[in-house]
Design a protein around this ligand. Structure first.
Ligand code: COA
Length: 328
């Protein structure tokens, strides 16, 4: 009951911001950012809407998969930075790429979005015989929601998109998904649609920290603490389901948030950093796009080869986490 990743593609915004560019906004420097996070530069969406980046990544994945858009039965789109509350990004892309026979919806699991979406795609493939191909797209423009006066947060994120076309396959596969909603308040972006003026005033508080307008709030230390246990846990849970150990895995493809988080997870798992695909230095944290961007880069560079076993492991707002072990 596994899947085959038939083709992948990506889109990266034109503009690049290097660490020193952040000196214009906050008191920081290249050395601090590099040593504390592992990031050197990141892309920033300028004119590119989130759906557009997703569309470009999707077209590249479809071409590499060697299929026609009309053969896609479902489009799943993940993002934490949707251009619209409605319609879904998936519906817009479905039309733009000519996937005329596809259903379409967005899926929200923050930075774990691609892992959740890939497993959702698999479940659809096995419960609907009429589906042949599912297109999973992850696209993010986090720069639009960053507080460029918060030096602890704004330096971490980057923008970009990646996509994958998947089909049913008897290759090995296992997945473990999880959530700890008690951590919802340590990483969030508010949707601040004001109540209509006719509504009565209330002093109701939802308990989330105040943050101006729609900007991303992060308690960096709390997220860090969660991440260093969630990444290894995501792997262990998926591995035990699959009946494999770390030694069976050729490549670990982790969510790219902070190289220190990945190093700590690698140490806990007893796995060499050489087995981890890293894109953090040049893309930063691109939320749900980070795992598929790393996967795509590993494939493009010829590191990830057909027949190898991969562990995709992620965590994010929610707080969510998830791991997939699959054969490429
Ligand atoms: N440049 C220079 N100094 C900075 C800085 C920056 N960009 N950001 C913070 N600092 C300073 C702090 O103000 C602090 O100074 P002080 O000691 O004088 O108070 C010092 O550096 C250490 O700050 P601290 O918060 O302890 O740094 P850290 O090592 O914990 O790193 C994060 C901060 C945010 C990079 C780290 O906690 C992290 O990566 N958290 C997880 C975030 C994450 O993964 N988010 C996305 C999840 S999907």
């Amino acid at each position: 009951m596994g899947i085959n990743i038939l083709g992948m593609g990506n889109y990266l915004p034109e503009q690049t911001l290097v660490n020193d560019d952040f000196k214009k906004f906050v008191d920081t420097n290249d050395e601090w950012i590099r040593t504390r996070t592992g990031i050197t530069e990141r892309r920033m969406a300028g004119w590119e809407p989130v759906w557009y980046m997703g569309k470009e990544a999707a077209l590249s994945a479809i071409e590499r998969a060697g299929i026609a858009p009309s053969e896609i039965g479902l489009v799943i789109f993940t993002t934490v930075t949707s251009d619209f509350l409605t319609p879904s990004m998936a519906s817009i892309v479905q039309n733009e790429i000519g996937a005329v026979n596809a259903a379409a919806f967005d899926l929200g699991a923050a930075c774990t979005g691609f892992v959740y979406a890939l497993d959702t795609a698999r479940r659809f493939l096995y419960t609907d015989d009429s589906l042949k191909y599912v297109l999973v797209i992850s696209s993010e423009a986090i720069s639009r929601f960053c507080d460029f006066t918060d030096r602890q947060t704004c330096i971490l994120f980057g923008d970009g998109a990646a996509a994958a076309v998947v089909e049913r396959s008897d290759k090995m596969y296992s997945c473990a998904l999880g959530s700890d909603g008690s951590g919802a308040r340590v990483l969030f972006t508010r949707n601040l649609a004001p109540a209509p003026e006719v509504m009565q005033e209330s002093d109701f508080s939802d308990g989330f920290p105040e943050k101006p307008k729609h900007l991303l709030y992060q308690d960096g230390k709390a997220v860090y603490k969660f991440a260093v246990q969630a990444l290894p846990a995501a792997f262990e849970l998926a591995a035990s389901k699959a009946g494999v150990t770390k030694d069976d895995i050729d490549w670990f493809v982790p969510h790219q948030a902070n190289v220190r988080i990945i190093e700590t997870a690698a140490k806990k798992l007893g796995v060499s950093m050489d087995k981890f695909i890293l894109t953090l230095d040049h893309f930063g944290n691109t939320s749900s796009a980070s795992i598929p961007l790393a996967l795509n880069e590993g494939i493009e560079k010829g590191l990830i080869k057909r027949g190898q076993k991969l562990a995709l492991i992620g965590f994010g707002a929610g707080l969510t986490y998830g791991g997939i072990i699959l054969e490429y």
